[in-house]
Each structure stands twice: as structure tokens, then as C-alpha cells.
Ligand binder design. Structure first.
Ligand SMILES: Nc1ncnc2c1ncn2[C@@H]1O[C@H](COP(=O)(O)OP(=O)(O)OP(=O)(O)O)[C@@H](O)[C@H]1O
Ligand SMILES: [Mg+2]
Length: 345
């Protein structure tokens, strides 16, 4: 038995439910709260976007789901990560291995960190089939070739023996996607899947991911800096800042009526559609200031120092994530003091 059964997990149609997840890094200079109490859920077949600038805790959140947070120095302090009614935080190493790559797959920003440079790509794509489905070497290779063809690697069968360095960046990302898909996972975690690619290739990879998603009826947790990418792919989005979710809601609502000043800043720093020339991805750091050090004691709102609307309450106490509208929530004192919002800021 790979896991301790947990009682009272009534999650209905939710594939993944994360509750109050806290992850810290215990460093010589102090404890960094990389993920500080995030909660969210994901329905079967849904694509949820997770956005926020560098260092806000997106990857650590994703790695937590698969039990891949480097420990030490990392430690999951509290929380539950419930996938199909089982708490992944209570699974042992063997239980997690059975889920990783079969039920939940992950693709990373930089394919060369997850592709092995000295193993031909065919074998790498076949590997999950051998491990999880116990296919023979030749059966797994045949299926790997079909997947490489499916992700539109030209002359896939002839490329089974190619090594990763013989492929372009876009092709390597396709190999990664094939590898993530071979076992038809229920959940795909895509951590900046297209950030390293130029704009044209990025569009091709996103459309490939969209078609695979609907074909396999997969759920996707899509992590990116780029709100434009989320807009194309996700129905719901969470905005993360300094380890916390500061706003969440349906994509259309967040685009039309962003509530949190940080979300508003992100949207402002996004180039208009059709304005993304020369592979220049929108940068979130166009909002003045930087994310606070996660080691500092957190008093007040973490965005207060960069917020054009900040007033006394913002520096004294942390706001809770509260309902703004139908399905939309934000962590901001302006909800309680709307008159403090400065016009035009
Ligand atoms: N291995 C580690 N050791 C120490 N601290 C870490 C480690 N990994 C992450 N952190 C800390 O956790 C915080 C969150 O990191 P994370 O990688 O999740 O950010 P991110 O949102 O994915 O950023 P990016 O957009 O740059 O990928 C960072 O501020 C970093 O300092
Ligand atoms: Mg990251």
C-alpha cells in the first residue's frame, strides 16, 4: 500500500485540491517562506493559469505537487495536496513514483534540464511506458514513435536514435511534451513551457498543447510569466505575489475587471495583442520595485511598498483573500476601503 488512506476527503469532481500549502527553505540567513498558505482546486479537464513574477513561488508550488521540492533546504510545513481523493503529502516515495509520469506529468521551461543528453530521444519517450505500463522495449519504442509523430516531429521514426542536441529548441520541447503525454496523464503541470522559445514556435507549441489537452481531456496547471499565454490557454487564473495568491478568478473577469493593484500592474505591463514583435515577451518587472525578501517578517500587505494606492491599513495588517465578485477573489484592503483607490494610479 503506497499511501495512508485519509478519511473525509469529499472532493466530488475536483481532480486536485490544494489546501493551505506552506513551503519554506531553511537557509543559513533564515527561513524563506516560498509558498505561504496557498489554496486552490482544479476540475477535471480544466486549465488553470498561475502567473506572477520571478521568485514568487510558482515552481515551488508545482514541485510540491510531485514531491520534488529539494529537501533540505526545502520543507513542506503544512497543507494538503489531494489528487483524486488521496493526499499526496502522505504518500511514500514509491506511491509518488507511481503517480509521477503516469497520473501527473510535468514539462519544464528548459528541455535540456529534463532530457538526458546521452540517451536517444526515442528511448527517453519510451521510458515512462516501460516503467508504468510494463511495455516491452520494442512495443514502447513503437508507441514512442507514434507520439513523436503526434507532436509533429517530422520523420519521427527516423529520429528515434537522435540525441537531444541534434534537435532545435522547439523540437526538444515537442519531445518533452511527447514524454509527458505517453501515459495519458490526468494532470499536466506545465512550468513555463514556452518561455525559452521564440514567438512563432511558442504559438505552435501552445496550439499543440491545446489540442492534446482536449484530446486527452486532461487538466492543466499552466505556469507562466506571460499573461498573454494564460489568456490563450486557461479559463481561470491565479495571480501569485511573494508566496501568496493575491487574486484569482475567471480569465475574462480578471482581464476586464482586475481588482488587485498588482494584477492591474501586470495587465498594464502586457503589450497589446498583435504588439509582440521580435520575440520580446512582456516583462512583469515593469511594475516599479521588487518582490520583498521572503525571509523578512511579513507585516501588512506584501505589495504595499510597490502599490500606488497603499494607505495605513496596508502596512499594518495582511489582508485576507476575499470575494470580489462571482468567482473572483482578491487579497487587498481596497475591498473594504474603495474610496482609497487613487484615480488614474
Ligand atoms: N532550492 C532552493 N533553495 C533555496 N531557496 C529556494 C530554492 N528554490 C526556490 N527557492 C526560493 O523560493 C522562492 C520561490 O522560487 P520559485 O522557483 O518557486 O519561483 P518562481 O515563481 O518559479 O520564479 P521564476 O519565474 O523565476 O521561475 C524563491 O524566492 C527562492 O528564493
Ligand atoms: Mg519557476
Amino acid at each position: 500500500m503506497g499511501y495512508l488512506p485519509n478519511q473525509n476527503l469529499d472532493m466530488n469532481d475536483k481532480l486536485l485540491v490544494i489546501e493551505e500549502l506552506r513551503v519554506s527553505f531553511h537557509l543559513p540567513e533564515g527561513m524563506a517562506r516560498a509558498v505561504d498558505g496557498i489554496s486552490f482546486d482544479l476540475a477535471a479537464g480544466e486549465t488553470l493559469g498561475l502567473v506572477g513574477e520571478s521568485g514568487c513561488g510558482k515552481s515551488v508550488s508545482a514541485l510540491s505537487i510531485l514531491g520534488l521540492v529539494p529537501s533540505p533546504p526545502g520543507r513542506i510545513e503544512t497543507g494538503r495536496i489531494v489528487f483524486e481523493n488521496q493526499d499526496l503529502l502522505r504518500l511514500d516515495a514509491e506511491g509518488l513514483r507511481r503517480i509521477r509520469g503516469r497520473e501527473i506529468s510535468m514539462i519544464f521551461q528548459e528541455p535540456m534540464t529534463s532530457l538526458n543528453p546521452v540517451i536517444p530521444i526515442g528511448q527517453q519517450v519510451a521510458e515512462p511506458l516501460r516503467v508504468h505500463k510494463s511495455l516491452s522495449r520494442s512495443a514502447a519504442l513503437t508507441e514512442a514513435a507514434e507520439w513523436l509523430d503526434h507532436v509533429k516531429i517530422p520523420a519521427a521514426r527516423k529520429r528515434l536514435d537522435d540525441y537531444p542536441h541534434q534537435l532545435s529548441g522547439g523540437m526538444r520541447q515537442r519531445v518533452m511534451i511527447a514524454m509527458a503525454m505517453v501515459c495519458r496523464p490526468k494532470l499536466l503541470i506545465a512550468d513555463e513551457p514556452t518561455t525559452a522559445l521564440d514567438v512563432t514556435i511558442q504559438a505552435q507549441i501552445l496550439s499543440l498543447m491545446l489540442s492534446l489537452k482536449s484530446e486527452l481531456n486532461m487538466s492543466v496547471l499552466l505556469i507562466t510569466h506571460d499573461l498573454g499565454v494564460v489568456a490563450q490557454m486557461a479559463s481561470r487564473v491565479m495571480v501569485m505575489y511573494a508566496g501568496q495568491i493575491v487574486e484569482t478568478g475567471r480569465m475574462a473577469d480578471i482581464f476586464e475587471r482586475p481588482f488587485h493593484p498588482y494584477t492591474q500592474g501586470l495587465l498594464k505591463s502586457m503589450p497589446r495583442l498583435g504588439d509582440r514583435r521580435g520575440g520580446h515577451a512582456p516583462r512583469l518587472n515593469e511594475i516599479p520595485g521588487t518582490v520583498p525578501a521572503l525571509i523578512e517578517a511579513a507585516e501588512g500587505c506584501r505589495f504595499a511598498d510597490r502599490c500606488p494606492h497603499a494607505f495605513e491599513a496596508c502596512r499594518q495588517q495582511q489582508p485576507e483573500l476575499v470575494k470580489i465578485g462571482n468567482g473572483q477573489q482578491a487579497r487587498c484592503w481596497l475591498k473594504h476601503h474603495p474610496d482609497r483607490r487613487k484615480p488614474g494610479a
